[in-house]
Design a protein around this ligand. Structure first.
Ligand SMILES: [Zn+2]
Length: 441
């Protein structure tokens, strides 16, 4: 797996990324940087610049000719569960039943090191073949499941943020830890992996109901034990869940307040869903600049609710997009963006392709404090880059041909494409996925 990128590599295609956050609803945004038929210059795994393809390159550059393809920064999936590939597309339940019926039994398998190792490889390879080069990932309660994910991400050169799940109550046998053992496991994993290559540890609270107040307090202490640690959890996903949290934590003002009281609010916090929040919650998220990982496919599939993206934006909260597989039904970020558009349409809002794609690239990177490393095609960043067919199949092809404005073309792409459009994926300049049609020359 230890592959070095070519020393100087030029990726030829239509480059698209963002230099600022697009204004909501603006389809002719100046935040979009579109450079058709350019060479993206990559040296030692980092982006060093871009030039029009018409300008000759000196022979020291090897060219990967993707002309006629769309080149984007690799997507960032800000909330996804590695063991849940095993339960994706499971029928007939809402969140709490879904956990009991499908998820918990599947997660129990990951106590086995061989299962955890195979699962980590399967999961990370699946991310890459869907065009996702960075992710914030829930492992399982088992230390080994996080250990194997870190190991596999390091072997692939990926930016990965993960941690073992904390869960010491309201979970079946084989899936509970306790405060002392959990703290030891987290500390060991942090010592071994946090800050190594492109890896970072996330203190990972599954959600408030599955941790005792003592465990939440321990998690809060852990967050400040080392610089740069992340915190990930779920909040306000489902109405029954919100009611349960209110019963379990009567002293808290709201679901989010449970986390605030435990010291879990910080700028490196990633909160999945955030559907059932009020203005005070939103102000709290804004004050801490914590990130909401909006998971539209999961929210629709589990019937959880419709996320108020405009309200979050108005409150100044960073919003990224996530697959939340296995509640979500696809690792494809485009499919999730297409679902996000439909969720907003239900509220009478029209999500632009620019706001959507920004949330899956530069916006997510900034929300994670990684804007200098990932999420754009800016010089200095790591060359996590994906190459996409503009259209696959006769319907998308026809739509692409008749589209005139750039937003029209990209919105149609976002709505009609998926992982089958992926021609190549580069992680730190190394081609980790290449389809037959692509021939480096
Ligand atoms: Zn989730």
């Amino acid at each position: 797996m230890a592959v070095s990128p070519p020393p100087r590599q030029a990726l030829r295609g239509d480059l698209l990324d963002f230099t600022a956050a697009p204004v909501w609803g603006d389809t002719a945004s100046t935040a979009v940087r579109y450079r058709p038929d350019h060479h993206l210059l990559v040296e030692g795994g980092r982006i060093v610049g871009a030039r029009p393809a018409a300008e000759p390159l000196d022979p020291s550059w090897s060219v990967a000719d993707h002309r006629g393809h769309l080149i984007l920064p690799g997507f960032i999936d800000t909330h996804v569960h590695s063991p849940q590939l095993d339960v994706i597309a499971s029928h007939g339940t809402a969140l709490l039943d879904w956990l009991d019926t499908y998820t918990f039994p599947a997660e129990r398998r990951y106590a086995d090191p061989a299962e955890a190792e195979a699962g980590a490889a399967r999961f990370l390879d699946a991310l890459i073949t869907h065009g996702t080069t960075s992710a914030v990932v829930f492992a399982t309660v088992h230390k080994v499941s996080a250990d194997k994910l870190f190991e596999a991400a390091r072997a692939r050169g990926m930016r990965l943020i993960t941690g073992k799940v904390l869960m010491d109550r309201h979970a079946p046998d084989g899936l509970r830890d306790d405060v002392e053992q959990a703290e030891r496991d987290c500390t060991d994993l942090i010592d071994r992996w946090h800050g190594v290559d492109r890896l970072a540890y996330a203190v990972t609270v599954r959600f408030a109901p599955t941790s005792t107040p003592e465990q939440l307090a321990m998690a809060g202490r852990l967050c400040t034990s080392r610089p740069g640690l992340y915190m990930q959890t779920h909040v306000a996903e489902n109405v029954d869940e919100v009611k349960w949290v209110a019963q379990l934590f009567p002293e808290a003002r709201s679901y989010l307040d449970v986390y605030a009281r435990a010291g879990l609010m910080n700028a490196r916090g990633v909160f999945a869903h955030g559907i059932w929040l009020d203005d005070t919650d939103r102000a709290l998220l804004h004050d801490h600049q914590a990130l909401i990982a909006h998971s539209p496919s999961s929210n629709l599939f589990l019937g959880s609710g419709l996320f108020g993206w405009r309200a979050a934006e108005a409150a100044g909260i960073p919003v990224a997009v996530a697959s939340d597989v296995g509640g979500g039904t696809s690792l494809s970020i485009q499919r999730n963006l297409a679902d996000a558009y439909k969720v907003q349409a239900m509220a009478g809002e029209r999500l632009s392709a620019w706001t959507a794609l920004h949330a899956a690239t530069r916006g997510a990177a900034l929300g994670l404090g990684l804007g200098d490393e990932i999420g754009s095609l800016e010089a200095g960043g790591v060359a996590d880059v994906c190459v996409w067919d503009w259209a696959a199949g006769p319907v998308a092809q026809r739509r692409h041909e008749v589209a005139i404005a750039l937003h029209e073309k990209v919105f149609a792409w976002m709505t009609l494409s998926d992982e089958r459009n992926l021609a190549a994926a580069y992680v730190a300049g190394v081609p980790r996925h290449q389809r037959g049609a692509v021939s480096p020359c």
